[in-house]
Design a protein around this ligand. Structure first.
Ligand code: 6GU
Length: 241
């Protein structure tokens, strides 16, 4: 069964965009997943194809009409989770991505203007998701981000290398630094341990570096990691503060 993505947008030309290239694009061409971008405007009822209107209570900007959005959602009606991409949503996490990727697919509603009428969010039980604490001009780049994160987890898309990499993020740490040839470049040498051939020492160095960079850049992830490791055999005295 193909993992199905339907995107409801006022700018269907933005898709597949970058998802038509590289890993996601090859998986799309193979039929490992499908992508359908649908124009919300096709569901406008009037002659002028109106999708938005002024906000009740006044204020700047425009709001997408609940009847038009509802009709657009009806047209892709099935059991897939329906997500509304909005900076007001819960922050997207790898755990959420794993759940979406494990299901039949997603329906993604991309907002423009000031947003979507609250009543259709409630009536359709839309899951509101944000990709970070900054404001985009629309949900489309966020939809591309969410789909990229899901597609790379689909069976066969990345192969064994991906599962190993997933485990590293599953442990809740940022990645250790990577190096390749040349061994010296512009006077900068690759750390000796990586050239030593001692696999256990390499693994220990990488674990310590992952811990250091996480502690420095993401104290929130570091605290969560420490809590998760409490009382487990995996707890490593070499990397605790
Ligand atoms: Cl999902 N939409 C918009 N418009 N801005 C965002 C976002 C979504 N996530 C972060 N910023």
């Amino acid at each position: 069964m193909t993992w199905r993505a339907t995107v409801l947008t006022l700018f269907p030309e933005m898709f597949p965009g970058p998802l038509g290239l590289s890993l996601a694009g090859r998986a799309l061409a193979r039929g490992d997943w499908s992508l359908e971008a649908r124009d919300i405007r096709a569901h406008a009822a009037d002659r002028h194809r109106t999708v938005d209107d002024t906000p009740f209570g006044g204020g700047a900007g425009m709001v997408m009409r609940p009847d038009v959005v509802d009709a657009a959602l009806d047209a892709c009606g099935d059991g897939r989770p329906a997500v509304y991409l909005t900076p007001r949503g819960r922050l997207l996490t790898q755990a959420m991505v794993r759940r979406f990727a494990a299901g039949p697919g997603v329906v993604l509603l991309c907002g423009r203007y000031e947003g979507v009428d609250q009543r259709v969010i409630e009536a359709r039980g839309l899951t509101e998701i944000s990709i970070g604490d900054y404001v985009l001009s629309g949900g489309e780049p966020a939809a591309l981000v969410l789909l990229d994160a899901c597609v790379r987890l689909l069976p066969g898309v990345m192969g064994a290398a991906a599962s190993a990499e997933e485990e590293s993020f599953a442990a809740g740490l940022l990645e250790y630094p990577h190096y390749t040839r040349p061994a010296e470049w512009q006077g900068r040498r690759v750390p000796d341990v990586l050239l030593s051939g001692h696999h256990a020492e390499v693994a220990a160095w990488r674990a310590a570096e992952a811990a250091r960079v996480t502690r420095e850049r993401r104290p929130d992830l570091w605290q969560a990691h420490l809590t998760a490791m409490q009382g487990t055999a995996i707890a490593d005295p070499a990397v605790t503060p």
